[in-house]
Write a protein that binds this ligand. Structure first.
Ligand SMILES: [Zn+2]
Length: 266
């Protein structure tokens, strides 16, 4: 076990405090971590930030590594990633709905190193990624967390019409076949080499898309996604208000007069 306050020189902060709440840069803190698991974290972060167009960040906030609870955290072999802070940009995991490309770019590269990655769609993981190495890196059709990721990539990066529900079915299978063919990646996805290639290609494409400045139409679609995620008692009123804005004749004309979004998919 080692005590660390950074990974590859990137300071680790804690932001789950009253004065330094979730979503802020938090405060520096020491974390105990398993030696071997630290090596994986270092390799993973090195690859993520080598490929991420925003480069090496200034701060990473984590909810913890060695945490007094059952499972891999109890051995210092799991990491909860809350948010990433660059000089002028931030990725807060809870903001997935309007930072989809950057989020999927980072996750694609994390998945090349950690057999377990629990993301936004996985129960109780909206506000952090949980990563650990308790299982090897591969793709299993029966894995909910892996299928969630796959469907997110298919839908938000490749524009396929798939339901993000964590269940492998015919719709997902057909979308995988179409996208792999388009990318020139061999099937099946369950062969590790093919899966790793898909992760790298998706990561690069997601990062590329994250660089493009979003169009107003795209931002409006993001806003709709965020409102759809609200609790029911807020959702309907908010959506009605948004729709009356979006459906207004002048709004429609204004949006139609702007350049289309190269990857808008509803
Ligand atoms: Zn965790």
């Amino acid at each position: 076990m080692k005590i660390i306050n950074n990974i590859n020189g990137i300071p680790l902060h804690y932001a789950r405090l009253t004065g330094n709440p979730y979503g802020t840069r938090g405060i520096p803190r020491d974390f105990a971590v398993d030696d071997l698991f630290l090596k994986t974290l270092e390799a993973a972060f090195k690859e993520v930030f080598k490929n991420c167009p925003l480069g090496v960040p200034e701060v990473i906030t984590t909810a913890g590594i060695l945490v007094n609870k059952p499972g891999q955290h109890g051995h210092g072999r799991a990491f909860d990633l809350d948010a990433i802070f660059w000089q002028n940009d931030t990725l807060v995991t809870l903001n997935f709905l309007h930072q989809k490309e950057l989020y999927i770019g980072v996750e694609s590269y994390l998945r090349r190193h950690f057999g377990i990655v629990l993301n936004y769609f996985y129960p109780n993981h909206q506000d952090h990624w949980h990563v650990d190495t308790s299982v090897p890196v591969d793709f299993n059709e029966s894995s909910r967390s892996e299928t969630y990721y796959l469907q997110m990539a298919l839908k938000y990066i490749f524009g396929m019409e798939v339901l993000v529900d964590g269940s492998w079915g015919r719709q997902t299978q057909a979308a995988v076949r179409a996208v792999f063919e388009r990318l020139g990646i061999r099937l099946p996805i369950t062969t590790k080499k093919n899966y790793l290639q898909f992760l790298e290609t998706t990561g690069n494409l997601a990062f590329e898309l994250s660089k493009a400045e979003a169009s107003p139409a795209r931002l409006l679609a993001n806003l709709t996604d965020v409102l759809r995620g609200l609790p029911v008692r807020y959702k309907n009123g908010a959506l009605e208000a948004l729709n009356s804005f979006a459906d207004h004749q002048e709004t429609v004309e204004w949006l139609n007069g702007l350049d289309g979004d190269p990857h808008a998919h509803g």
